[in-house]
Design a protein around this ligand. Structure first.
Ligand SMILES: [Mg+2]
Ligand SMILES: [Zn+2]
Length: 189
C-alpha cells in the first residue's frame, strides 16, 4: 500500500466522465470501465501525496432511475477496478438527491466537501471534473479547478469559450497529474 500523507492536500475528483466512463445513469456493473489514463493519473496523484476523494452527483437515485442496489453494485465494481489497478480512494462523497430537492450537497453546492474539509486541511487541494458543476464546485470552495476532456469535457470546454482562462484543461487525469509534477506543486517534501 502507498504511504499516505495525512496532512497532505486532497484531489477532489468527479467520478462519471472523469475516472469512470460516463454511460449516463449507470445501473449495470458489467459495463463499468475506466476513462483513458485515469488509473495512471490517480496513481501519480497518490505518489505525489494527494489524498483521493471522489465527489459525485448521483441524481439517478433521487430520480428513481437507479435503485439503491444498482448504485451499490456499480460503486462496488468501480472500486474493484480501481483496487485491481492498485488505487484506493480515501473517501467517497455522493449526493443522491433529486436536482429539485434543493439540497446542500449537489455539485456545485459545497455541503459534502465542506464537511469533509472540517476534518482535513485545505492546503493545495484542487477539484477536477468534466462538467461546469465540477469546476464551479472548486470555485465555490476557493479552490483551483481543472477540466478533463474525458466524458463531457469537450462540450464543457466549448461552453466555456475560447476566452476561458479560469479553468485549465487537460486531455485526461494523467496529463493533469504529470503537469502538477512538472510544476512541483504536489504535496511531496
Ligand atoms: Mg462527470
Ligand atoms: Zn444532495
Amino acid at each position: 500500500m502507498d504511504e499516505i500523507n495525512l496532512n497532505g492536500p486532497t484531489a477532489f475528483l468527479d467520478r462519471d466522465g472523469t475516472i469512470m466512463e460516463d454511460t449516463g445513469y449507470p445501473r449495470d456493473p458489467s459495463i463499468v470501465s475506466l476513462c483513458p489514463n485515469a488509473s495512471e493519473g490517480l496513481r501519480l496523484l497518490r505518489k505525489k501525496g494527494y489524498r483521493l476523494v471522489v465527489v459525485s452527483n448521483q441524481a439517478g437515485v433521487g430520480r428513481g432511475i437507479i435503485s439503491r442496489n444498482q448504485f451499490r453494485a456499480v460503486h462496488a465494481r468501480f472500486n474493484t477496478l480501481l483496487a485491481e489497478a492498485g488505487i484506493r480512494i480515501d473517501q467517497y462523497l455522493y449526493c443522491f438527491h433529486h436536482p429539485d430537492d434543493g439540497c446542500s450537497c449537489r455539485k456545485p453546492a459545497t455541503g459534502l466537501v465542506e464537511s469533509y474539509l472540517r476534518q482535513s486541511p485545505h492546503g493545495q487541494s484542487f477539484m477536477v471534473g468534466d462538467k461546469l458543476s465540477d469546476l464551479e464546485l472548486g470555485s465555490n470552495l476557493g479552490m483551483t479547478s481543472f477540466l478533463v476532456l474525458t466524458g463531457e469535457g469537450n462540450k464543457t470546454k466549448e461552453k466555456l469559450g475560447a476566452e476561458n482562462t479560469a479553468y485549465k484543461a487537460f486531455p485526461n487525469l494523467l496529463d493533469l497529474a504529470e503537469s502538477l509534477e512538472k510544476a512541483g506543486s504536489g504535496a511531496s517534501d
